[in-house]
Structure formats: structure tokens, C-alpha cells
Design a protein around this ligand. Structure first.
Ligand code: C2E
Ligand code: CA
Ligand code: CA
Length: 508
């Protein structure tokens, strides 16, 4: 077909392939036109039909034209897949279903907006369709991915399925050029062969491929999984766990406990860190290590940080009302949450709602947040929080690989020196040298410091002597529910002064 013809005309053969009704109606309508209007009627009729066909091709969804099987709706896709299963069964051929899911559409959405995101996904759909054989079917999925049903074929076994799926993933992952930019979306994929299920129906095969794709997505980016029966049970378990965690968050079973932070030198209270605890109806108090992975896995990190922030702000308001001075509360943010582009706005709104100034909140950021994943988004977010006036604490400092450049980019206010450098510091020269080096670097960079996991008076004393700003740990107090904090604050204010704070030897 000549290249200069308009697109719609060049697509006419494709349209006809998918529009047998139109092809049948054509001669019939032309005959009627000739009968009613003679030759002129015939010419006008044919012209009108052509225009209709061109207009129809313009409004028809493009993946309906591009997809070899032309499946655009779920019922049609399921009809095709059911037919493939029947035909395959009768002729001893194999068939199967593949689900491709994009690893990270959120970043594309944040950076380029919804229209660009949709366009990239649509173009990738065309590419997937183009990489298939005529007769296969493609279904755009609601979440942005695609399902593919393979027409029955000889030797469609596990190995071939892996090859086809990998080929589709590769096609999907090629950059898409839009307005001079090259945009990338990778995808994870799962598949299920019809023969893999005891009673295969189209819905069951599609569902199984979706289960495999979900499993792949959790192991992505770019992962590929074949459906295995155990996966469905695992998904059911995960769904149940997610429902339990959601209830725990909604009903206030998961809440903040507070651990004091004090000035290493004077011992005065300088803040609290909010740490999550699950008050489980049967298991009692569950520590975060036991439920944080489930929270992250279930996509509930944002919900947890909302709960923790709410608890922290309520606590600050109550301390203020009780007339006790608690300068800041530290809240831990997961790496996922720090990539949430709405974080700064959300925090500002919440602070305003509680009538608290931003400096009352210390955002605890793990050092690893800038060494893993898409660091740019997180760094921009953290800088926005710093500009808002929140304090930024670099948590578990010393365990990651932060460069000095990153600390500056980060706009951090304080380094939280990890417990591993603090334990037995009063007895271990190496520990002393390491912490002394961190403290002098912090001083050069104008950063405050806090030592975590201080368990003994000896450790506290030595840290004070080395010039560490603040200390936190079991040696000062364990994390406690809010209800106990007022009593602790009162008792702490009335404490006798410690020997080294009076200038005596730290070893006392
Ligand atoms: P982290 O932020 O480093 O918190 C300090 C952990 O050390 C806390 O454990 C605290 O109870 C414990 N700790 C404090 N002083 C001492 C001490 O003197 N000796 C020893 N051995 N341990 C001490 P926890 O509460 O079990 O929290 C563990 C981790 O879970 C936290 O480490 C933090 O990474 C994470 N986490 C806790 N709450 C949240 C939360 O609300 N959101 C997120 N994203 N993570 C949280
Ligand atoms: Ca922390
Ligand atoms: Ca820490």
C-alpha cells in the first residue's frame, strides 16, 4: 500500500479483517442504492460507505486494530481463550495465557502526568500486539498491564512459554519516544499453560496467569513466573494477612510507643522517638520487626505512617497542654513512603491541623534510602520536608554507604549513630575511634548527633565526653506507651544529677 495514503485508508484492510459484518453489508447496501437511485445512487452509496469505514477506523480503539486477535473487552477475550482451550483440547495442541504488569507506573505518573503515562502504556500495548501472531488475543488490564491469550499451537510447552513471555517483556521494555523524551517502563510477567489446571476454563487460566504475574511483580523488576498451584494458596494467605493488618491499623491496635532522647551532656529531655507496636488481641505486644514486612508487602506503608504521625502529633499536643517541654518527636518513614510525592503536602496539612510548627517533627530517614531504588524522588522529597522546616535525622548512620555529598544533598540535621558503634564504647578503643571520627565529621558539616542503643551509664558517659549531642537507649528508658510518658518526664526532671555531668570521671 502506498506510504503517502492517509493512515485510516492504509488501515482499511485491517479494519475489514475485523469487520466481516461491514464487508457483508457493503454489497447489499450498494444494491439498494442502485435500485433506489440508479448509477448516481450507486456512486453516492459506495462513497458514503467508504467514508463510514474511514470514520469507524478513526474512532475504533487502536489496540483493537493493532491486536492480532482484536480482543479489547474482557468478555471477548474470555470467549477467545475458551475457544482456544476447546480447539487445543480437540486437536492435541497447547494454549495458555500471559499477564504482563508494569513494575513502576507511579514514577512515570509523578514525573510526566497521566496523559503521558496512558500514552506510554497504549504504545507498549501496540508493541505487544505487534510481537504476537495473528489469531492471538490481547486484553488491556485495568491496572495498566496486558493479558495475552495464545492461539492453540504445537509444542506450546513450558520452555516455549518462557521464551514467548520473555520476548514480550523485552518488546514492552524498549524505550518509548514522546515529545523528544525516551521513556521506559519495565514489566514483570506471569503465565499459565491451559494444561496446568485440572479443569481449565478461560477465567481460571487468566486468573492463574494473574496470580503468577502478581508473584513476579513482588520479585521484580523484570521478573517472570510460571503459575504453580501453591501460589494461589500463598495469595489467599497474603490477602488474609493484609485484611488483619488493615483492621489492626483502622482499629488503633497498631500505635506509637515513645522512647526518650536526652542531651548527652545535661541529661535534659530533647525529644522522643515514636516506635510502632501492635497491641494484638491474642498475641499481646508485637514488635515492629514481626509486622513491618507484612505492612510493606501489603502496600500499607502509607497507612502506617499516617497512623504514626497522627499518634505523634496527638502526643505533642497533649504534652504541650500538660505544660511539659518536648521539643521534637521522631517518626520513622519507610523508603516507600519517602517516594510518595504527596508527602510534603500531607505533612504540612497535618501539622497545620494540629497547630504545630514543622520543627516539632523529626523525619527519620534510613541511610539506605539514598543508596537503593530511585533515590532522586526520595532526595527531592526529603529536601522538600527540610524546606518545610521539619528536622531530618539520618537513622542507623554508619551502616549504609552515604557519601558526604549525599548528606549535604539530603539537608540532614542530625546523624543517628547506629547502635553497633555504640555498644561497649566505654571498653573498646576501636569503637571510640570510629565514633570520634563520625562526631568530628558531623561537626565539620555542622550536623547534630545522637547515639542510639545506649544501654549503660559507662557508654552514656563516654559519649558525653566525646562530644556527642544526644543519647537514646535502654540505659535512659525503654520505649513506653504514651500514658506512661508524663510520669516518666516528671521522674526524669526530678532525677539527681549524674556524676560525670558534675564534671567527674566518666567511668563512675
Ligand atoms: P530503629 O528506628 O533503629 O529504632 C530503634 C530500635 O532499637 C527500636 O526497636 C528500639 O526499641 C530499639 N532500642 C532502643 N534502645 C535500645 C537499646 O539500648 N538496646 C537495644 N538492644 N535496642 C534498643 P523497635 O521498636 O523494635 O524498632 C525496630 C525498627 O523497626 C526500628 O529501628 C525502625 O527501623 C522500625 N520501625 C519502628 N517503628 C516504625 C514505624 O513506625 N515505621 C517504620 N517505617 N519503621 C518503624
Ligand atoms: Ca529510627
Ligand atoms: Ca536506628
Amino acid at each position: 500500500m502506498p506510504r503517502h495514503l492517509p493512515n485510516q485508508i492504509r488501515r482499511l484492510p485491517t479494519l475489514m479483517r475485523f469487520g466481516p459484518g461491514l464487508i457483508l453489508a457493503g454489497p447489499l447496501l450498494s444494491l439498494c442504492a442502485y435500485w433506489l437511485g440508479g448509477e448516481r445512487g450507486l456512486v453516492a452509496g459506495v462513497l458514503a460507505l467508504s467514508l463510514l469505514a474511514v470514520a469507524a477506523s478513526a474512532v475504533m480503539p487502536r489496540h483493537a486494530l493493532g491486536a492480532p486477535g482484536g480482543s479489547t473487552t474482557r468478555p471477548r477475550f474470555l470467549d477467545d481463550l475458551d475457544r482456544f482451550l476447546l480447539e487445543g483440547d480437540a486437536d492435541g495442541l497447547g494454549t495458555g495465557c500471559i499477564v504482563l504488569q508494569f513494575d513502576d507506573t507511579a514514577t512515570l505518573l509523578d514525573r510526566h502526568g497521566r496523559a503521558t503515562q496512558s500514552e506510554v502504556i497504549r504504545r507498549i500495548g501496540e508493541r505487544i500486539a505487534g510481537a504476537l501472531r495473528a489469531g492471538d488475543a490481547v486484553l488491556p488490564l485495568e491496572g495498566g498491564g496486558y493479558a495475552v491469550a495464545l492461539a492453540p499451537a504445537r509444542r506450546l510447552d513450558l520452555e516455549t512459554m518462557v521464551q514467548i513471555t520473555a520476548r514480550l517483556q523485552a518488546a514492552a521494555s524498549e524505550p518509548v519516544a514522546i515529545s523528544g523524551r525516551r521513556l521506559l517502563l519495565t514489566c514483570s510477567a506471569g503465565f499459565c499453560l491451559g494444561a496446568r489446571l485440572p479443569r481449565p476454563s478461560a477465567a481460571a487460566v487468566l486468573d492463574a496467569a494473574q496470580v503468577a504475574a502478581d508473584e513476579a511483580l513482588r520479585n521484580g523488576p523484570g521478573a517472570l513466573r510460571a503459575y504453580a498451584p501453591g501460589m494461589a494458596r500463598k495469595r489467599a494467605d497474603r490477602d488474609a494477612r493484609r485484611a488483619e493488618l488493615e483492621t489492626a491499623l483502622d482499629e488503633g491496635q497498631i500505635r506509637a510507643w515513645f522512647q526518650p532522647q536526652v542531651s548527652a551532656d545535661t541529661g535534659d529531655l530533647t525529644g522522643f522517638e515514636a516506635l510502632a507496636r501492635w497491641h494484638h488481641p491474642e498475641r499481646g505486644i508485637v514488635p515492629p520487626a514481626d509486622f513491618l514486612p507484612g505492612i510493606a508487602d501489603s502496600g500499607l506503608s502509607e497507612r502506617l505512617s499516617e497512623v504514626m504521625l497522627f499518634n505523634a502529633f496527638v502526643a505533642l499536643s497533649r504534652w504541650d497542654k500538660a505544660g511539659v517541654r518536648v521539643p521534637t518527636v521522631g517518626v520513622n518513614f519507610s523508603n516507600d513512603e519517602l517516594r510518595n510525592p504527596r508527602l510534603a503536602d500531607k505533612l504540612k496539612w497535618e501539622l497545620d491541623r494540629f497547630d504545630l510548627t514543622p520543627d516539632r517533627l523529626s523525619v527519620e530517614v534510613l541511610e539506605t534510602v539514598i543508596t537503593t531504588g530511585d533515590a532522586d524522588v526520595a532526595v527531592r522529597n526529603i529536601s522538600a520536608l527540610a524546606r518545610l522546616g521539619c528536622r531530618i535525622d539520618l537513622d542507623d548512620f554508619g551502616t549504609g554507604h552515604t557519601s558526604i555529598v549525599n548528606i549535604r544533598r539530603f539537608a540532614a540535621h542530625r546523624l543517628k549513630i547506629d547502635r553497633s558503634f555504640v555498644s561497649r564504647i566505654d571498653e573498646d578503643r576501636d569503637q571510640q575511634r570510629t565514633v570520634a571520627a563520625i562526631l568530628s565529621m558531623a561537626e565539620q558539616l555542622g550536623l547534630d548527633t545522637l547515639a542510639e542503643g545506649v544501654e549503660t551509664r559507662g557508654e552514656h558517659a563516654l559519649l558525653a565526653q566525646l562530644g556527642c549531642g544526644h543519647v537514646q537507649g535502654f540505659g535512659i528508658a525503654r520505649p513506653m506507651p504514651f500514658e506512661q510518658t508524663l510520669d516518666w518526664i516528671a521522674a526524669h526532671a526530678a532525677r539527681p544529677r549524674l556524676v560525670w555531668q558534675a564534671g567527674a570521671s566518666p567511668k563512675g
